[in-house]
Design a protein around this ligand. Structure first.
Ligand SMILES: Cc1cc2nc3c(=O)[nH]c(=O)nc-3n(C[C@H](O)[C@H](O)[C@H](O)COP(=O)(O)O)c2cc1C
Length: 372
């Protein structure tokens, strides 16, 4: 199915729909399905060890010969991972005390232990991407150092940077990004910013206001992300100056996504107002479905551990919740677009439906404007 924009020419795809490389959600099957339908599928590289990432890239190549991307988080808290040994006993005790309430409710052992340091994966996975040369590299929560961006370019890999502020859009474009993804505050998942602002406000500007500002600020194609789940969103984004759209939450609720059933089920039942921006799930600001975990943690005065150490400390709670099929203690990243999502199609069907709807909207649009 074709519906071409400048983004399609740049990336060699047929329609300007990018599937987000969502951590633990976007594996080779989802990616290949999106690519086969003419969009850009993006493989999730977050927390994937280098050899596994290489195998996943090769698997995509077995499944499709269409262009695809690989996504990595470049956040400073991962390069190298923060050392939990530096957290004070008081802060650690406060957080574990809160998590112990959840552990008791789930019937799993309580603990006051310090989480271990996460494995240092980012530099090695950057090298895997350089070696394997997927057509596109997509970066989140940070951008490449100048030398690395240049190396990607030399190897013929197009680069995409996701940003949530105009200033970061300028920095990424000046730093060699071929495409800038403007992430509006509606977006599901983590705010795409390096570091952690004291409040999520500065990185939560709505897409309607952010997108035209980013379009004005950079000369490269801009992709719109946040709150888009159908053809109306695509046309609106094009009207605001974007060359394409990136969808996350819509693709979580597809047959090929690796999200567990309890999460997909909750997505289909949820309204836009059921999401919240919280740092309790990972230590970084992210939009997710509110549940007992996010509500009770946020309402307490318990401290939140530093970026991603919080995620590591809570991992046993999340694993137990999944085993017990309990969505109240499981992290379910989702954007405000969740209220538009009511079915569980194949990922290729999503791409085709968005294009079909966009064409219908474009056809109907002139008739909706009263001529003088
Ligand atoms: C479950 C989930 C996981 C995500 N993980 C990532 C990720 O690993 N890397 C990334 O670049 N963006 C990630 N995102 C954010 C998306 O790239 C994008 O900004 C967002 O999904 C757009 O808003 P939408 O969810 O309303 O479509 C994730 C989003 C969701 C919903």
């Amino acid at each position: 199915m074709t519906f071409r924009t400048a983004l399609c020419d740049l990336l060699g795809i047929d329609c300007p729909i990018v599937q987000s490389g969502m951590g633990a959600i976007a594996g080779p099957e989802l990616v290949a399905e999106v690519c086969r339908a003419g969009g850009l599928g993006v493989l999730a590289g977050l927390n994937v060890p280098p050899d596994d990432l290489r195998a996943m890239i090769r698997r995509v190549r077995e499944l499709t010969d269409r262009p695809f991307g690989v996504n990595l988080w470049l956040h400073r808290a991962l390069r190298p991972p923060l050392d939990p040994g530096e957290i004070s006993d008081e802060v650690l005790g406060g957080a574990q005390g809160m998590l112990n309430r959840f552990r008791r409710n789930l019937g799993i052992p309580t603990t006051m232990a310090r989480p271990g340091r996460a494995p240092d994966l980012v530099e090695a996975t950057i090298r895997v991407v350089l070696d394997e040369r997927p057509p596109v590299f997509s970066a989140a929560l940070g951008w490449l150092e100048p030398g690395l961006a240049e190396e990607y370019r030399r190897r013929g890999i197009k680069t995409m940077a996701m940003v949530s502020t105009v200033e970061d859009a300028r920095t990424a474009a000046a730093g060699g990004a071929d495409v800038v993804v403007a992430q509006g505050g509606e977006a599901g998942g983590h705010r795409s910013i390096d570091g952690k602002p004291a409040s999520p406000d500065a990185t939560s500007v709505g897409l309607m206001a952010l997108l035209p500002q980013v379009v004005d600020a950079v000369r490269v194609p801009v992709v719109a992300a946040g709150g888009i789940a159908d053809g109306r969103g695509l046309v609106a984004a094009l009207a605001l100056g974007a060359s394409g759209v990136l969808l996350g939450t819509r693709f979580v609720a597809t047959r090929e996504s690796m999200a567990p059933e309890l999460y997909k089920k909750r997505l289909l039942e949820s309204e836009s107002g059921d999401t919240t921006v919280t740092d309790t799930l990972s230590g970084l600001w992210a939009r997710a479905l509110a549940n007992r975990f996010t509500r009770e943690y946020s309402a307490s005065d318990a401290p939140v551990l530093p970026p991603l150490v919080q995620r590591a400390a809570a991992n046993d709670v999340f694993v137990a919740a999944l085993k017990q099929g309990d969505p109240d203690y499981y992290p379910m990243m989702a954007g405000q677009s969740v209220g538009l999502i009511r079915d569980l199609p194949g990922a290729g069907e999503v791409v085709k439906a968005v294009i079909r709807e966009a064409r219908a909207v474009l056809d109907a649009l002139p008739r909706r404007v009263r001529q003088a």
